[in-house]
Design a protein around this ligand. Structure first.
Ligand SMILES: Cc1cc2nc3c(=O)[nH]c(=O)nc-3n(C[C@H](O)[C@H](O)[C@H](O)COP(=O)(O)OP(=O)(O)OC[C@H]3O[C@@H](n4cnc5c(N)ncnc54)[C@H](O)[C@@H]3O)c2cc1C
Length: 440
């Protein structure tokens, strides 16, 4: 018999969204998950599964029953020949990496953090960069889903293929993801080289940068021309690093937080801070190499608000220049560094922001120094307007202002996804207020 707790308070990693679920469950088996759903049906409660709680929005919040999958975190099977691994959906990537290392395997791409679950990263369409690589959900070859009625669906390209495709980016609204099978690659090492450049150079030579490096991304420092280019590529070199803890941490973290806090009283400091930190930390070539997961993940510093939309790749230059002009035309709007620009291959997943188009993701950020919110809504609105103009689609995990009407325009397969959702969850058991805005 599964026991629930009352009085649990949930907060996401950035402490920007939270909720007080009526009951909080940590099931340890499929049977216990089924019991929670049976109870929810009986008492007409809504249910939300939470993974690592890292989404910078209220996508994982609920006032009903919350299920935390942390006890369902085992590796169930490793198929060495196919290089596929089947895991329980609550496993954190930090728990998965060492197990893959043991078998000489790795994931071909990862996001910036690994304190996140397999079901969470696929469900929200988490991505990294690399124009030959899709979002993380494209690495999924099968999954099992417990639907609202307690039934279990085994999904893959050969079994319930339409549900499988939809469930790759599931938003947590199709059921409880129980297991996921991931296609891996042989373990590999990456060399990261970062070097300074300018916005004009990087935008004029985008195609050549994309060809030169498998995992190319760049950081633009708003209120300046400065850019830091980051190449990551396969290497046989032994692990090494030219990073300097003292500089990166003492300055990149503590001094930055203090100065950003000071700039809340004097916003005109922000442009200077962006230029100063570029000069201090990004103005020379740096090289690091290590096993892939240690290079893919990086320090995300302190708490923050973010937005991250995907636009067609060929619109990168126009859109970024428009964002820059908008900031120049509105000197009162301040933008923290960096604007992080990444590239992803198109796919066929109905609710993937990269559905049927190679994409550029443009992540904007406003930190919360010492937990203090910095006014950002005008910047957010101007950014969203530009992203919409360039046919953008918002990252599902990150707070946005879009509703069903927008998604109907953005996603050709939106009606297909809705039909699948309504069939699998006719009473809306897995909805919450974030998802109501998406589907109602
Ligand atoms: C510091 C930081 C860095 C980040 N870097 C990146 C990045 O580089 N690229 C990127 O794209 N995103 C990034 N993100 C966003 C992050 O990858 C996503 O928010 C991801 O969903 C987090 O996974 P999680 O396990 O914490 O999911 P949660 O936030 O807990 O949940 C996400 C969604 O998945 C659902 N869900 C979780 N588990 C299940 C399950 N078993 N069954 C059904 N539904 C489930 C939840 O209900 C919710 O809808 C970052 C976030 C932070 C805070």
């Amino acid at each position: 018999m599964v026991h629930g707790h009352k009085g649990f308070q949930f907060q996401n990693w950035a402490r920007t969204y939270g909720c007080c679920p009526e009951m909080y469950y940590q099931p340890a088996s499929v049977e216990e998950v089924r019991e929670v759903l049976a109870l929810a049906r009986q008492q007409k409660k809504r249910v939300k599964v939470v993974g690592g709680g890292h989404s910078p929005s209220d996508i994982a919040c609920t006032e009903g029953f919350m299920i935390h999958m942390g006890k369902m975190n085992r590796v169930l099977q490793v198929d060495k020949e196919k290089k596929q691994v089947t895991v329980e959906a609550g496993i954190l990537l930090t728990e998965l990496h060492p197990q893959l290392d043991k078998h000489g395997l790795a994931l071909s791409n990862l996001g910036a953090v690994s304190d996140v679950t397999v079901a969470g990263v696929i469900g929200s369409g988490t991505h990294n960069t690399g124009i030959k690589h899709g979002i993380l959900a494209t690495q999924v070859v099968a999954l099992t889903l417990m639907t609202a009625d307690g039934a279990i669906l085994e999904c893959s390209e050969s079994s319930h293929p339409e549900v499988f495709q939809a469930a790759q980016v599931h938003l947590g609204c199709l059921g409880v993801v129980l297991t996921v099978t991931l296609q891996c690659v042989p373990q590999f090492h990456l060399q990261e080289t970062s070097f300074p450049s300018t916005l004009k150079e990087v935008l004029d030579n985008l195609d050549s940068h994309l060809k030169k490096s498998e995992y190319f991304r760049f950081l633009w420092f708003p209120h300046s021309e400065n850019v830091s280019i980051i190449y990551q590529d396969h290497t046989n070199k032994p692990p090494s690093s030219s990073a300097n803890w003292f500089w990166d941490y003492a300055f990149g973290f503590y001094l930055l937080e203090f100065l950003l806090w000071a700039s809340t009283f004097l916003p005109c400091l922000v442009g200077w801070i962006n230029r100063f930190f570029f000069w201090l930390l990004f103005n020379r070539k740096k090289e690091n190499s290590d096993v892939s997961h240690k290079i893919f993940t990086y320090e995300c510093r302190f708490k923050q608000h973010v937005q991250d939309w995907a636009i067609p790749r060929e619109k990168t230059k126009e859109a970024l220049l428009e964002l820059k002009s908008m900031l120049e035309a509105h000197p009162k709007l301040v933008a923290h560094y960096p604007v992080e620009v990444r590239f992803t291959r198109g796919d066929n997943i109905p609710l993937s922001p990269c559905f049927q188009r190679d994409s550029c993701y443009m992540n904007i950020i406003m930190y919360r120094p010492y937990g203090k919110d910095v006014p950002r809504l005008d910047y957010w609105l101007a950014y969203e307007t530009i992203m919409k103009k360039f046919e953008g689609r918002p990252h599902w995990a990150k707070a946005h202002n879009c509703t069903r009407k927008d998604f109907e325009k953005m996603y050709p397969a939106f009606p297909k996804f809705c039909a699948i959702r309504e069939k699998l969850d006719p009473t809306g058991m897995f909805l919450n207020s974030y998802l109501e805005k998406v589907f109602y």
